[in-house]
Design a protein around this ligand. Structure first.
Ligand code: DQA
Length: 144
């Protein structure tokens, strides 16, 4: 059993990028957190981060072959990408949408997501801890 962890643009800068908004944990810390939460529920993890929309779409397509669910923080593509939405609905894998910050307390352009209405769950504003909640929720949905 395997989860795909997808982090979108600029999340490679976690830890140094606007720490007052995103905290001090790095992307490596996030991957370790997800691996720990996943292992506790019997899942392995494949982690991908890219600043390129097509790379994220290809990773989601590939997950159809060997993953059971997706945890995704799409970064700014959340608010722009019909293509990412179509990739996720196209592979028909359950997915959890995670935002470290509370996007609803920020600029109006961050209030709309192209993914939320087709997500299994949406976790917003819980910091990096939200990734762990997402893993737990997907494991429950999958009956693990
Ligand atoms: C984010 C919120 C997005 O609006 C922003 O573009 C990001 C990170 C979050 O985790 O809070 O890159 O997805």
């Amino acid at each position: 059993d395997r989860l795909l962890l997808v982090n979108g643009p600029n999340l490679n800068l976690l830890g140094t990028r606007e720490p007052e908004i995103y905290g001090s944990d790095t992307l490596d810390d996030v991957v370790a957190l997800v691996e720990g939460a996943a292992a506790a529920r019997g899942f392995a993890v494949r982690a991908v981060q890219s600043n390129h929309e097509g790379v994220l779409i290809d990773a989601i397509h590939a997950a159809r072959a060997d993953c059971d669910a997706v945890v995704i923080n799409p970064g700014a593509f959340t608010h722009t990408s019909v293509a990412l939405r179509d990739a996720l609905t196209g592979v028909q894998l359950p997915f959890a949408e995670v935002h470290i910050s509370n996007v609803h307390a920020r600029e109006p352009f961050r209030h709309h997501s192209y993914l939320s209405d087709v997500a299994s769950c949406v976790i917003v504003g819980a910091g990096v801890q939200g990734y762990g909640f997402a893993v737990d929720r997907l494991a429950t949905i999958l009956g693990r």
